[in-house]
Design a protein around this ligand. Structure first.
Ligand code: FES
Ligand SMILES: [Fe+2]
Length: 402
């Protein structure tokens, strides 16, 4: 889909200095925001949910970002598919319920009706020359990795399969295909989506901003992540059935999709990310014990997960306006775990709920400062290394996109 390139964008991109934060305009200009959606988000893989949400044929949910709405569903052959929620007649949303079960989607405006394969069944009173096969819903690309559903709505689809193949063995012990959402929450923040995502990409802010997280997670301070601590975790990990490799793609000098998998230690006394350090849910997948670690998992630039031995947290930062972003967080436990019996939802969500509240505050005041005409981008710290790869990816995609 073509759209207009913002005026002066190339010069603005040229003005960015490697190793420094992005200039103010990227967070304050309406035209750049719309270009972000069209050129960046539409051409990125986005984690939208888990197969447990659409267990039966006809089950569906909507995923929305920026100007876009996507129907994610299970078709009659039990395959996961995704369609743009835009009627091929005059563009109305075809589906307005956020989730449910349907045999067909009938547009609320003039009742054009589409089946689970996106085919138009017939246009009401369109005459004998009308060819419904020309007017199916636009289909988005879908990948299901260990139960996690990813979509890409654009024509330029980044390579994802090589990274997923390499990740498969590392993720296998956690049994991610067999999860259920124990809790979902949205933290709306008055900031551009890039500030929200950037905040997730670095733990330079963890020590000053996250009291609860910093008490238990060694990532907050590289000097505290001693070899001794890492080796103790890896030893327990081997006993519990966990490989200890690190995966980081692309390798230096290569292009391609960003993948990252690294397990790092919690401090002694913490078996999982909880207030007391005690387990909060049944062990995931094939694990036979707690290694006292957690995994940072990134699948593509936009999608982040933390995997403890007994629960998973998924994070995405969904743009809803130039300076409005929904921080969407989902807590997953093993598929057969029962609330109130195997886990207490409040205990389970405590750490990442508190941490998200902290983040909501720092991201908001970050945007307030960036809005000042006096903001000049400063240098990134070593602990912010992940942000530069985001900038590189972002700037190259918005330059060539559109
Ligand atoms: S806009 Fe959907 S039927 Fe007319
Ligand atoms: Fe944070």
């Amino acid at each position: 889909m073509t759209h207009q390139q913002p005026i002066g964008l190339d010069a603005l991109i040229e003005s960015c200095t490697p190793g420094f934060a992005l200039p103010r305009s990227f967070y304050t200009r309406e035209d750049i925001y719309h270009h972000d959606i069209g050129a960046y988000w539409n051409n990125s893989w986005i984690w939208v949910g888990h197969i447990s949400q659409i267990a039966a044929s006809g089950d569906y949910f909507l995923f929305e970002y920026g100007t876009e709405s996507v129907i994610v569903l299970r078709d009659s052959a039990n395959d996961v598919r995704a369609y743009l929620n835009v009627c091929r007649h005059r563009g109305s949303r075809v589906c307005v319920e956020h989730q449910g079960n349907a045999r067909v989607f009938s547009c609320p405006y003039h009742a054009w009706t589409y089946d689970l394969n996106g085919h138009l069944r017939g246009g009401r009173a369109m005459g004998p020359d009308f060819d419904p096969t020309q007017y199916g819903l636009f289909e988005a690309k879908v990948r299901v990795f260990e139960g996690l559903i990813f979509i890409c709505t654009g024509e330029t689809t980044p390579e994802i399969d090589t990274g997923l193949d390499q990740l498969r063995a590392l993720a296998a012990p956690f049994g991610l295909g067999n999860l259920k959402a124990a809790h979902s929450a949205s933290y709306p923040v008055p900031a551009n989506w890039k500030l929200a995502l950037e905040n997730y990409m670095e733990c330079y802010h963890c020590a000053p901003s996250h009291k609860e997280y910093s008490r238990s997670h060694s990532l907050k301070d590289p000097s505290s992540m001693t070899n001794e601590l890492v080796e103790a975790m890896q030893q327990k990990g081997r006993e519990a059935g966990l490989p200890s490799q690190v995966l980081s793609l692309p390798a230096e000098g290569q292009q391609g999709m960003n993948f990252y998998y690294r397990r790092y230690p919690l401090y002694p006394g913490y078996q999982t990310g909880s207030k007391s350090g005690e387990p909060v849910a049944p062990l995931l997948g094939n694990l036979t014990g707690y290694d006292g670690g957690t995994t940072d998992l990134q699948i593509g630039v936009l999608n982040n997960f933390l995997i403890y031995s007994d629960y998973v947290v998924g994070y995405r930062f969904v743009p809803t306006a130039l300076q409005r972003t929904d921080i969407q967080v989902v807590w997953y436990v093993r598929g057969d775990a029962v609330a109130g019996q195997d886990y207490d939802p409040d205990t389970l969500i405590w750490l990442w709920h508190e941490t998200s509240l902290d983040d909501e505050c720092i991201i908001r005041i970050n945007q307030e400062g960036v809005n000042s005409h006096h903001f000049v981008p400063g240098p990134l710290a070593d602990m912010e290394w992940g942000m530069q790869s985001f900038y590189d990816n972002y700037l190259s995609m918005i330059r060539s996109g559109g």
